[in-house]
Design a protein. Structure first.
Length: 187
């Protein structure tokens, strides 16, 4: 496993060499969106409406930041459980979404869509919300302000720490790591 850098724009060509287990520092524009924002975005797609941001080559971070204290760009911004976005992720991946950041395993449908589209699923460290917030250079609410913390935000990040969980070939670090652990236990 190696540490790599990934810089905006996040074209699929830049993702192809990432492998499950790689540590990645992400720099550039990413977007926050959680369950309700995903539902609304997919509804907008189905109605043919203009989306609040360009999905192609984007990375969505499954997070709803806490309020920022005075002098801070953003409050603690840790990952939320990813499976709640599984009903919507394949639609976005098929429209060119490059990556998703969250925590926890994904469904077979999401894994298949990651592979089909040469995308990546990253994990952010749960419990490190304040540390992750340090990598956010700027934050702007761009859609669904009525959702409060779960509104869509455009974040500019520098050296946002993440780990590749599902790579473009479909290797799943949660599965690989579990098997490695079980094999070592048997030895």
């Amino acid at each position: 496993m190696t540490e790599k850098r990934l810089e905006y724009p996040f074209e699929k060509e830049k993702l192809k060499d990432l492998k499950a287990g790689d540590s990645v520092l992400i720099t550039g524009t990413i977007y926050t969106a959680r369950d309700e924002a995903h539902r609304r975005i997919v509804e907008m797609i189905r109605r043919g409406e203009e989306l609040p941001f360009e999905i192609k080559d984007a990375i969505i971070y499954y997070a709803g930041p806490a309020p920022a204290k005075p002098g801070q760009v953003i409050g603690p911004v840790g990952p939320t459980t990813s499976y709640r976005m599984d009903p919507y992720a394949p639609v976005l991946l098929d429209l060119g979404l490059s990556g998703m950041i969250g925590k926890g395993p994904r469904s077979r449908e999401v894994k298949d869509a990651v592979v089909r589209n040469g995308a990546v699923y990253f994990a952010a460290i749960g419990g490190a919300a304040a540390l992750i917030a340090r990598s956010v250079v700027s934050a702007e609410t761009i859609a669904f302000e009525d959702l409060g913390a779960e509104a869509v935000r455009r974040l500019q990040v520098k050296d946002f720490p993440a780990t590749v969980v599902i790579d473009p070939e479909g290797n799943d670090q949660y599965y690989l790591g579990r098997n490695e652990y079980l094999n070592k236990k048997r030895e």
